[in-house]
Design a protein. Structure first.
Length: 109
């Protein structure tokens, strides 16, 4: 598997996670303090587009890494839980890096 597949996933995981946190903050402002309705609309649409791209890249990575359905589903759903994508991304990187082309062979003890 090429490193670019993992890099695309990582970029979109971070972008989706950050935009989800920004969306949550804007919703607190909108419903809690009755301000920022227009900003919430724009932020939600940006997050929606980024999330769709994240789903495509995560599915691509999962199919190339040959994940089981449960693992793939967890990675896909992690983009909907605030802060979960940060933790899942780190776990995915640890698991996928040994599968990359040109990755150094791990020593077995």
């Amino acid at each position: 598997m090429k490193r670019s597949v993992l890099t695309r996933y990582r970029v979109m995981a971070y972008a989706t996670a950050v935009m989800l946190l920004v969306l949550c903050a804007s919703m607190v402002l909108k419903y809690g303090f009755d301000t920022g309705a227009n900003a919430t609309l724009v932020i939600s649409q940006i997050h929606g587009v980024l999330f769709i791209i994240y789903l495509v890249f995560a599915f691509d990575l999962g199919s190339k890494a040959r994940w089981k359905f449960g693992k793939l589903l967890w990675v896909l759903v992690s983009g909907t839980i605030p802060t979960a994508a940060f933790f899942v991304e780190r776990q995915v990187v640890r698991e996928v890096e040994p599968l990359l082309e040109g990755a150094p062979a791990q020593a077995t003890a």
